[in-house]
Design a protein around this ligand. Structure first.
Ligand code: SF4
Ligand code: SF4
Length: 194
């Protein structure tokens, strides 16, 4: 009889002890992380350095594109859309594409996986992987970047929303100025030999 009365009491106190041990173990982990160095940063006030070969949103030189479709054919997810009015080729005198008009050059970033396979077959080296990674937007339609339209505004790559809103931060201002000036982020000097 006394055994059946003691067992629930023992169970009761065992549960209390287990709870205390569990809380102490959890708090020990919590406190350890509270006082360890943070691994997150206050972006965009702080910014991590990317690897030299980081592949971000493309940069595109429409004036050198001959609309040959090689990039679109190489794309494993078919997210590059190109249209032209007639064949285009590089004019040797100017180094620019001439002939028909480039009507459309767009990339759907809902599908793009930043593999860079599109950049390799380009005969005129006019499509590059850029350094911006943040293409947040308010609609799915905005994720399809119309590079030909950007080119008409003198841009090689889209100007992200965050760059427009945080232009008081020095590195953001410099990045915004670069994009507005139509300067490429990628060039040979950026990429060390391996
Ligand atoms: S980076 Fe890859 S997935 Fe994106 S457009 Fe180029 S080939 Fe297609
Ligand atoms: S491979 Fe180069 S030149 Fe050909 S369509 Fe693509 S970006 Fe234009």
């Amino acid at each position: 009889m006394s055994g059946t009365n003691d067992s629930p009491a023992r169970e009761y106190f065992k549960n209390i002890v287990d709870s205390i041990v569990s809380i102490v173990a959890g708090m020990r982990i919590t406190l350890r992380y509270c006082f360890s160095k943070s691994v997150t940063i206050q972006y965009p006030y702080e910014k991590l350095a990317f690897a030299p070969r980081f592949r971000g949103i493309h940069e595109f030189e429409a004036d050198k594109c001959i609309a040959c479709d090689q990039c679109a054919k190489a794309c494993p997810v078919d997210c590059i859309y190109i249209d032209k009015s007639a064949p285009r080729k590089i004019d040797k005198a100017t180094g620019k594409a001439a002939g028909g008009e480039l009507l459309r050059f767009a990339i759907d970033y809902q599908k793009c996986m930043f593999c860079a396979l599109c950049t390799e077959p380009c005969p005129t080296s006019c499509i590059h992987m850029g350094k911006n990674h943040d293409l947040s937007s308010y609609s799915r339609a905005d994720m399809v970047v119309e590079f030909r339209e950007l080119d008409r505004k003198g841009l090689r790559t889209p100007l992200p929303i965050w760059a427009e809103r945080n232009a008081d931060i020095p590195w953001v201002k410099s990045e915004k100025d670069r994009i507005l000036a139509g300067r490429l982020a990628t060039n040979e000097a950026d990429i060390p030999a391996v």
